[in-house]
Design a protein around this ligand. Structure first.
Ligand SMILES: *[C@@H]1O[C@H](CO)[C@@H](O)[C@H](O)[C@H]1NC(C)=O
Ligand SMILES: *[C@@H]1O[C@H](CO)[C@@H](O)[C@H](O)[C@H]1NC(C)=O
Ligand SMILES: *[C@@H]1O[C@H](CO)[C@@H](O)[C@H](O)[C@H]1NC(C)=O
Ligand SMILES: *[C@@H]1O[C@H](CO)[C@@H](O)[C@H](O)[C@H]1NC(C)=O
Length: 399
């Protein structure tokens, strides 16, 4: 499974689903002139609508937590009958591609414009804390994201030819990370996951697909997890413009997509298993919110996490969404803490940005909460999923 497999976290879909909000529609010159005139006028009146990514206006925003998936990568593994088994990927398997670097850089720039009124222009150590999965592609995604988010100001330029500044990214080694990649061993999680996986694999609706895939890949494809790996590999090869074998046309991506998404979801399928897989990061998020509400750490107003597709799915599920999800490269979940002006009331807003092209993220409505969701109600939900003692509850004390 994933843990053994240098975290085979996947890819996702093609640019065809690309969305652009606020795209300026094609129009005649006259209309264009009028629209431009109105735009200039509204700028004068203080409502500038010319930029693509509009700065987010909020008088109540206090804290932002962003969790994203890394950018485009090469395949992580191959399969028996893979015609591209010996394909020489320039940077090796599972590595962030140049496209991926650019995606993350642009995502960083998007967040820079979006939060222009909130995130200070100059990087300052106390304002922000960044954590990443230890996987190279996630670390590199975090660095390129930060290059877009915090270009050095004039004062911060330290070399005339390098418009970039070093910004720390923290990570725990894979075997100790129960926060971002959630790869640290948890015995009870493993046992539950195996049960859920066996159940999913026994679902008769997949039998035909499993037969077909086993036959054509010339290897066992009797598990949604195996389908998950294969889906991910085919997707990366397709992105690299390699011509997939004919047999894939009958099943990829459509028929394989559901078992693929189910496989991602199994690690955090129900509330018990979420406690082990997502509980630790929820505990950290709760602490970040609390410290801000408490005024014990008001400087730090931005937290950034760089992880894998399964981690985005786990956070999504733990936050209360049950819909299966295929997180694209650079997709992100954002948790915002707000405070009513001159009042004690704190509330939470949640957003999902499907990919790095989205201009305005989609607001999510929490199923267990009124709108707006009060801080107290949100934390109450987190509390049901935060273990008191992760190690002990995982039954990790084997010696
Ligand atoms: C399938 O695997 C067998 C044994 O590993 C091998 O002999 C055969 O050539 C393979 N067929 C294909 C199409 O790869
Ligand atoms: C979640 O799934 C595991 C494994 O099947 C099971 O042991 C546990 O009771 C389930 N929890 C809930 C809340 O359904
Ligand atoms: C936040 O405030 C509460 C109530 O005043 C207190 O119990 C808690 O210890 C504080 N937490 C931190 C991190 O200071
Ligand atoms: C973005 O993702 C959400 C969650 O999967 C989905 O409901 C929505 O339709 C997606 N939007 C687009 C434009 O793909």
């Amino acid at each position: 499974m994933e843990y053994e497999n240098d975290d085979t976290w996947r890819r996702s879909s093609s640019p065809k689903t690309e969305i652009r909000c606020h795209k300026i529609p094609k129009m005649s010159t006259t209309t264009a002139v009028i629209v431009l005139g109105l735009a200039v006028l509204s700028c004068l009146l203080g409502y500038c609508v010319l930029s693509e990514t509009l700065p987010y206006e909020s008088k109540t925003l206090r804290l932002v937590i962003i969790f994203f998936r890394h950018g485009a990568r090469t395949p992580v593994i191959s399969y028996k009958s893979d015609p591209f088994k010996n394909y020489q990927w320039p940077d090796g398997l599972g590595s962030l591609t140049n496209t991926g670097k650019l995606q993350m850089y642009e995502l960083g720039k998007k967040y820079r414009s979006y939060y222009a009124n909130f995130i200070p222009e100059e990087y300052f150590d106390k304002d922000v804390y960044i954590r990443s999965s230890d996987a190279s592609r996630c670390m590199m995604s975090a660095y390129t994201f930060l290059a877009g988010l915090y270009p050095p100001s004039e004062r911060q330029m330290w070399h005339p030819e390098i418009p970039w500044q070093p910004i720390p990214v923290h990570s725990l080694p894979k075997h100790l990370d129960n926060l971002v990649a959630a790869t640290k061993t948890c015995n009870l999680h493993k046992a539950m996951y195996n049960e859920l996986l066996a159940e999913a694999n026994a679902d008769p609706k997949y039998a035909e697909l499993f037969d077909y895939l086993s036959k054509h890949t010339n290897q066992s494809m009797r598990s949604v997890l195996e389908v998950d790996f294969l889906y991910s590999t085919l997707a990366s090869q397709q992105e690299a413009r390699l011509k997939l074998p004919e047999w894939t046309k009958n099943v990829f991506p459509h028929k394989m997509r559901d078992p693929f998404m189910l496989s991602l979801a199994l690690l955090s399928y129900n509330e018990t298993i979420q406690k082990f897989h997502t509980g630790p990061i929820l505990g950290e998020i709760k602490q970040q919110l609390l410290e801000n509400v408490n005024n014990t750490n008001v400087d730090r107003s931005l937290y950034i996490y760089s992880g894998h597709d399964v981690n985005v799915v786990s956070l999504w599920r733990a936050l209360g969404f049950h819909e299966l999800l295929e997180p694209e490269y650079g997709s992100s979940i954002v948790i915002e803490l707000h405070q009513e002006v001159e009042q004690e009331n704190f509330f939470i807003r949640l957003f999902y940005r499907n990919n790095t092209k989205v201009e305005v993220p989609m607001e999510l409505k929490l199923p267990y909460c009124d709108d707006p969701c009060t801080y107290n109600r949100f934390v109450q939900h987190l509390d049901t999923l935060i273990p008191q003692d992760w190690e002990a509850e995982c039954q990790n004390t084997s010696h």
